[in-house]
Design a protein around this ligand. Structure first.
Ligand SMILES: [Zn+2]
Length: 466
């Protein structure tokens, strides 16, 4: 049984997909105007883990994630500049070039962090007709109005607007940012289509029944999600910062258009802090993946760091935490290296491997409890490193590593054997040690260390790790 915490009901609920063992999942994707930073990566790693858990549990998942390459303004509430056009003037390129460049950077980062490629990864600009069509439906139903800078959704016509935040309309209105557009009927009303400015040529603009312009950011997610997954999604996931505006507006326009629930389960990932502080450009703590790599860390250590905290809890990033995560990753890799060092026999029961596997999956099925799953994994790692793996357990051990890679994406099966020369060094060093020729033994151990191979002596003989 899979349980997930539904923001819509504030309850942890059993997953009941519309179509038995098939799950439709939509997650809000990257706005490609700059390098993704820690908060973005945490979000994508969390939803990737959700997909991995569902697939391991026997569900056929169709995962759609959009790429926002137009329409996301510097304020989520329809004010300010288009982030893409802003990026373009910052770098002296066109908005199209900016989108292309940062989409590539995003895709490369996804690969390095072992984030599964979604089944569909469509760009907003590839779905302009679907967005126009959705707007036409809303217009026909009488939920839109036109002002000087665009077509807006009239939130006062909905009795349940804001149900995702469980706030009343008045509260939401009071909480909305200072109103910059006096023509809007209400501060919660949001742009569905914005007109190109009269005084400036936009890089990205399209003809529409209402005039030249570009779609609103919220509209893109609704149109794309329903285009690929149908009118009601099993799961919609995103960051906690999207509850009040972006997802609230996705619900408003989708449910108005179809008369059906837009998503049955809404999942939200919490914020990332750095040294306990919110990420911000001005504090210079919005680290990118390159910043992490330049400090000598592997991308997969960052992946592990984020998995150590529950998606609904704030995760705190520190460089010390990164060091600990990298050590933890090394420990798991050392466990995987045992696939090249099977021993004749040991005290490890095959049943305990199967039990640990079941416990790990059960933790993830319980509202994606990654910290608990990793605690079970650490216990398993300790037992295995103590007992080592017997040749008769080879098949089960390889199965276990492959299971762990499917769920956590830490690449344990990438573990390669050492070279024949290194094996000879180990045998020679062991012979020296047994002959009590400790000076020679130490020298050989140092030679191996220079090649990144470390030894520990066990009752079964020396075991190497990297
Ligand atoms: Zn979205």
């Amino acid at each position: 049984m899979i349980k997930l915490h539904n923001t819509l009901t504030r309850h942890t609920e059993q997953l009941k997909p519309t179509h038995d063992k098939q799950v439709s999942l939509y997650t809000c994707g990257m706005t490609v105007y700059d390098y993704p930073q820690l908060g973005n990566w945490a979000t994508y790693i969390r939803w990737d883990t959700l997909v991995r858990m569902l697939r391991e549990s026997g569900y056929k998942v169709t995962w759609v994630m959009n790429i926002t390459d137009v329409g996301h303004l510097t304020s989520d509430a329809d004010e300010g500049e288009d982030k893409l056009e802003k990026g373009a003037s910052r770098e002296g390129k066109s908005a199209w070039e900016i989108a292309e460049f940062y989409t590539q950077a995003f895709l490369e980062g996804m690969q390095q962090l072992a984030i599964t490629t979604p089944d569909h990864l469509p760009k907003a600009t590839d779905h302009i007709p679907e967005q126009i069509k959705l707007l036409q439906t809303l217009e026909k139903k009488g939920y839109t109005y036109r002002i000087d800078d665009g077509i807006y959704f009239d939130t006062s016509k909905l009795s349940d607007y804001g149900k995702l935040t469980q706030q009343k309309l008045e509260e939401l209105r009071a909480g909305a940012r200072i109103e910059l557009n006096p023509q809007k009927h209400s501060s919660t009303d949001f742009a569905l289509w914005k007109f190109s400015p009269h005084d400036k040529q936009r890089h990205m603009e399209w003809d529409s029944p209402w005039g030249k312009g570009f779609p609103g950011w919220h509209l893109e997610c609704s149109a794309i999600a329903m285009h690929y997954l149908g009118e009601t999604l099993d799961i919609h996931a995103g960051g906690i910062d999207h509850i009040a505006v972006h997802h609230t507006n996705e619900i408003a326009q989708s449910e108005t258009a179809t008369g059906k629930p837009f998503a049955n389960l809404w999942l939200h990932g919490n914020f990332i802090t750095v040294n306990g502080t919110k990420l911000s450009k001005s504090l210079n703590n919005s680290y990118s993946l390159d910043d992490i790599k330049q400090k000598g860390f592997e991308p997969l250590s960052l992946r592990l760091l984020f998995l150590q905290s529950h998606y609904r809890a704030q995760a705190n990033f520190t460089w010390k935490g990164m060091e600990a995560a990298q050590r933890r990753l090394r420990g798991l890799q050392a466990m995987a290296d045992l696939r090249w060092q099977y021993v004749k026999e040991n005290q490890l029961s095959v049943e305990s491997l199967a039990e640990a596997q079941a416990a790990i999956l059960a933790s993830l099925q319980d509202d994606l409890n990654t910290p608990q799953a990793l605690t079970s994994l650490s216990q398993l790692e300790q037992i295995i490193s103590q007992h080592l793996v017997a040749i008769s357990q080879q098949a089960q051990f390889e199965d276990l590593l492959s299971f762990l890679d499917r769920l956590f994406g830490l690449g344990l099966l990438y573990s390669k054997d050492i070279s024949d020369d290194q094996k000879i060094l180990i045998t020679t060093r062991e012979a020296a040690r047994l002959a009590k020729n400790f000076h020679e033994a130490d020298q050989l151990r140092e030679r191996l260390q220079m090649q990144g191979i470390y030894l520990r002596d066990t009752v079964h003989g020396p075991v190497w790790y990297r």
